[in-house]
Design a protein around this ligand. Structure first.
Ligand SMILES: [Zn+2]
Ligand SMILES: [Zn+2]
Length: 197
């Protein structure tokens, strides 16, 4: 979604509210469902290879001019499907994204703003790309590992059984080093007060 915010810089407007939906694909492309851009020019390198975004993301926000500054605010809820990092069970999750960025007008001739400065985004020729800051936020906020539950027992490396659902039959064939560990655990006293670091 490209938004013309030049009226904020010229003082003709003080606030531009917006609302749009954006489709995220499992590959590294995303497109704007409400415009003629099948794929936006800036393809964000999404690194979630095993994550699927089924539903378009609904984005609401405003760009306001306040005391000489132009500020972008965006809110979006992203729903996704992925597999548990331990047991591969399907997970449906959601993530709320919130973006607040100062906007600098870029006329294309000179670099007005340091591109390395994350606090600013550039509106090239007064046109603001509303998708890009959201994608950056998504990549920052998306969990690197998603578990079906905190204490997911995972999959037995020996027989492949899902240890959340079944007791593994090859337990006795554990690595002898683990057998030593488990015998140690069995002989440990129950009271936690006696343990020392
Ligand atoms: Zn799991
Ligand atoms: Zn097993």
């Amino acid at each position: 979604m490209m938004l013309d915010v030049s009226s904020l810089f010229s003082g003709l407007a003080t606030s531009i509210p917006f609302s749009f939906s954006m489709r995220l694909s499992a590959t590294s492309e995303f497109s704007d469902s409400e415009s003629d851009y099948p794929v936006l020019a800036q393809v964000m390198p999404l690194t979630f290879s095993d994550v699927v975004f089924h539903e378009p993301v609904q984005v609401n926000g405003t760009v306001v001019s306040e005391g000489g500054y132009v500020l972008l605010t965006e809110d979006a809820a992203v729903t996704y499907e992925t597999g548990c990092a331990r047991c591969l069970a399907p997970i449906r999750g959601s993530l709320a994204l919130h973006v607040e960025k100062a906007v600098a007008e870029d006329h294309g001739e000179t670099e007005l703003v340091d591109k390395e400065n994350d606090d600013y985004i550039q509106a090239k020729g007064g046109i603001l790309d509303l998708g890009e800051p959201l994608m950056e936020e998504l990549m920052q906020e998306f969990p690197s590992r998603v578990l079906c539950r905190e204490d997911c027992a995972g999959i037995c490396p020996g027989c492949g059984v899902n240890l959340n659902l079944a007791v593994c039959s090859c337990k006795k064939a554990l690595d002898p080093r683990f057998a030593v560990l488990s015998s140690l655990l069995e002989t440990m006293p129950d009271d936690e007060e006696g343990t020392e670091a």
